[in-house]
Design a protein around this ligand. Structure first.
Ligand code: FAD
Length: 297
């Protein structure tokens, strides 16, 4: 077993931890007086005419806009209104992932613990609320169940003989609590805009959580699009966004596809090679790796 002490490899104090819910609350608080929010509704269809977009919502409401921006994530519905089916594809990394939080039953203190095994990779770290955040990557055994309880049973089956801390968090995780689980898929799109409509963030360029930088890139593409919209018309702004962000996204997606092979090696040979590299690499290599990774984010 290899034991890497992350505290010696980089200074965790330099990496702020922002939970998704907190970021969402901050963004909503800042925007609530600037925009009209429609909750529990979605875009059913969209048509463009004369540089404007006519939108019909699931609720039946209709409205016309100067620009429509789809920021509705990996399974974006707006993307199908902006792009044709041949303009993008969902590229599977042949991995599944699950994530949940639970009480700190392991007694960790500002720690990040990873267990790397053949076909499985588990990460457990403390949050600022002193809970445990758990992310599990694994080779697919079956399609991801739709409901929370069958998901938990599936996960417990996949990690049945995992190291004790992983089993403990899976036992602790309360039935009924939120449990994210999905296939890891990248969005690879030829373009991100058409006329006065565009897509940003995961809807346009999902990197998957394996990249560790999806939220940062979503913020970067939203910010680049906002700046472009201030300077020019929506059609040109969409194209400017692609020029500004696409090369970086494509490079990160390539890196993530390579990392996926090392995250959960599928063959005994690759697994043995990873174990040898992890055990043999001097600490200076890890220090360099973590500084470079977190300095980039
Ligand atoms: C387990 C996990 C851990 C991650 N960890 C990190 C990390 O440490 N660092 C990092 O940078 N990134 C991380 N990511 C990736 C990051 O969460 C995403 O890249 C980021 O959230 C993308 O932001 P987004 O706004 O484009 O999409 P999302 O965050 O997916 O938001 C899309 C929103 O659109 C809403 N929506 C969807 N469909 C509709 C519809 N039809 N109508 C109306 N609304 C709709 C959804 O409810 C959602 O609120 C992680 C992802 C996961 C799953």
């Amino acid at each position: 077993m290899l034991d890497l002490d992350y505290r010696r490899l980089y200074d965790p104090g330099q990496v702020p931890q922002i939970m998704r819910d907190d970021l969402q609350t901050v963004l909503h608080d800042r925007a609530r007086d600037l925009a009209h929010f429609r909750f529990s509704d979605g875009v059913r269809s969209m048509a463009q005419d004369g540089g404007r977009a006519q939108v019909t919502f699931d609720s039946g409401a209709e409205a016309e806009y100067d620009a429509v921006i789809g920021a509705d994530g990996l399974r974006s519905a707006v993307r199908d209104q902006v792009l044709g089916r041949s303009d993008y594809r969902l590229h599977p990394l042949n991995l599944q992932a699950a994530a949940f939080t639970c009480e700190n039953v392991l007694g960790l203190q500002n720690e990040y613990v990873a267990h790397l095994e053949p076909m499985r990779h588990s990460i457990v770290y403390t949050t600022r609320r002193n809970e445990l955040s758990c992310i599990l990557f694994f080779a697919p055994h079956a399609p991801v169940p739709g409901e929370a309880e069958p998901r938990l049973d599936y996960l417990r089956g996949v990690f049945e003989d995992a190291p004790a801390p992983v089993q403990e968090v899976l036992t602790t995780r309360a039935r009924g609590a939120l449990l994210y689980m999905d296939d890891l898929m990248q969005v690879r799109a030829a373009r991100w805009s058409a006329g006065c409509a565009a897509i940003v963030g995961d809807a346009a360029h999902c990197l998957t959580q394996l990249s560790g930088i999806g939220a940062s890139m979503a913020m970067a593409s939203a910010s680049a699009l906002a700046r472009a919209l201030l300077a020019e018309d929506p059609a040109s702004a969409g194209r400017r966004l692609e020029r500004a962000i696409k090369p970086q996204v494509e490079s990160l997606q390539r890196k993530t596809r390579r990392n996926a092979k090392w995250c959960v090696p599928r063959s005994g040979g690759l697994n043995a090679l990873r174990a040898a590299l992890l055990a043999g690499a001097p600490e200076a290599v890890w220090r360099f790796y973590f500084r470079a990774k977190y300095a980039r984010s």
